[in-house]
Design a protein around this ligand. Structure first.
Ligand SMILES: Nc1ncnc2c1ncn2[C@@H]1O[C@H](COP(=O)(O)OP(=O)(O)O)[C@@H](O)[C@H]1O
Ligand SMILES: [Mg+2]
Length: 421
């Protein structure tokens, strides 16, 4: 039995280390529990690449449901018989929605360097010339949502051009093609995009995926890294709140890290004091349990767990609401439409203290602002000093009101607006 092995503590420590490294949130080596979705995307690509026909697909689903992971996995690991070039653009990194045309043009021809205005017609020409198929993946396409959706319409019309060689895949977190404004897209463009929705992972799926990810690193030792009950608990907690697998992986990684630190201390103690090196001391190396997870959640928690998300209608986490309302206050009562993230954090802290709510620190705040951004509510420009990054609202007061649903909080903060500027 491993624990009675004199090196047992080392085995435990290295299992923790391996598991921690495996619990990253970049592209994973293997995808679990998404066989149906992988199959649909692969078949779509295969049909279009191998037959040389253009087409488009629109994938929607909440953050952390594996959209990016599935698409990048297929492009990296599957082979297709037709020739193609793939371009992946994360629209979160674009300065304005229209700059997507320039970005694509530059990826098609690195020497291309003209104005954004000319980019669309350049693309129309290039994409209808003969050549290999172009698979264009636009991730976080929510960022291209504009009032009239003109950028999205223009993009999704590109595959419909005669002789087009564009295969477009758009990935959206919040924008759903069944949204009123986007329904037009389906009726307008010649080629209707194939729609694919990634439903949130269930409790069991979250537990399975996290367990499989650990298993890839430590084999059958998963149970020594995390208790099955803790996996179930984690799955339940995440699926009943944001459903974001990224959060489940983050929390689990931090919990494993804690267990790893504990195990290392234990093994130093044991080797420095041989009297302590009894099987009893080795057995105190604890795998991740429900209490460790709870501790991690409490420290990670800022928004997703604090608000009972049982009400489907109002799914904006409290911290995000506070950020949006504070920004609205600054725009209404301040001088400019745009403020820096540092200033927003300052005012947001005033709002929190006024309402007796926990303030999140700047780093967490800045991360939460990017979540608000991914929902298309604000525009956030990146700067090397994040406190100087400009942020502005993409919605007007009425639209904010209808997005937030929580009229009481909103009107109360707005009524005292000048206090927080
Ligand atoms: N089915 C899965 N199997 C393994 N890991 C996954 C799976 N789905 C998501 N992940 C992990 O979670 C992270 C977040 O998923 P991601 O694809 O970025 O979500 P989305 O694009 O929907 O926001 C991924 O980088 C990956 O590490
Ligand atoms: Mg993604």
């Amino acid at each position: 039995m491993k624990l009675q092995n004199p090196n047992g503590d080392l085995t435990v420590t290295s299992n923790f280390t391996k598991a921690r490294q495996a619990l990253h949130t970049s592209t994973p080596g293997n995808i679990f529990c998404r066989d149906k979705e992988l199959d649909i995307i692969e078949t779509f690509l295969q049909n279009h690449i191998d037959n040389g026909t253009s087409g488009s697909m629109y994938i929607s689903g909440r953050p952390g449901t594996g959209k990016t992971a599935c698409v990048t996995h297929i492009l990296a690991n599957r082979t297709f018989s037709g020739k193609f070039k793939s371009i992946l653009i994360n629209c979160m990194l674009l300065h304005t929605p229209t700059s997507v045309f320039q970005q694509v043009a530059q990826q098609l021809d690195p020497k291309w360097n003209t104005t954004a205005k000319e980019a669309l017609s350049y693309l129309e020409d290039r994409l209808t010339e003969s050549g290999p198929m172009i698979v264009l993946v636009l991730d976080e396409i929510d960022q291209m949502s504009t009032r009239d959706q003109s950028v999205l319409y223009a993009l999704f019309e590109l595959p419909a051009l005669t002789n087009s060689r564009l295969i477009l895949i758009g990935l959206a977190n919040a924008l759903d093609l069944t949204d009123r404004s986007l329904i037009r897209l389906q009726s307008r463009v010649h080629f209707k995009p194939v729609l694919l929705n990634f439903s949130p992972y269930s409790k069991q799926e979250i537990a399975t995926i996290v367990s499989q990810r650990i298993q890839e690193a430590v084999g059958e030792d998963v149970g020594n890294v995390i208790a099955p009950s803790a996996l179930q608990y984690l799955g339940g907690k995440i699926s009943s709140t944001s459903g974001d697998l990224r959060k489940a992986i983050d929390i689990c990684r931090r919990a494993v890290e804690l267990a790893e630190t504990g195990a290392k201390k234990q093994s130093v103690l044991a080797s420095s004091n041989s009297e302590l090196q009894t099987s009893e001391s080795v057995q105190t190396n604890k795998c991740v349990s429900i209490p460790i997870l709870c501790k991690m959640m409490a420290s990670v928690e800022s928004n997703a767990f604090s608000v009972g998300n049982s009400d489907d209608v109002d799914d904006t986490p409290l911290q995000q609401k506070l950020i949006i309302v504070t920004l609205l206050v600054l725009v209404k009562f301040g001088k400019s439409k745009q403020v820096t993230l540092g200033k927003l954090h300052q005012s947001y802290s005033k709002v929190c203290s006024k309402y007796g709510m926990t303030t999140i620190d700047f780093d967490e705040f800045s991360h939460t602002c990017s979540l608000v951004e991914s929902r298309g509510i604000v525009i956030l420009k990146r700067k090397s000093n994040p406190r100087l990054a400009p942020i502005c609202l993409r919605l007007d007061e009425r639209e904010v009101e209808s997005t937030l649903k929580d009229k009481t909080l909103l009107s109360s903060i707005l009524a005292q607006g000048s206090l927080f500027v």
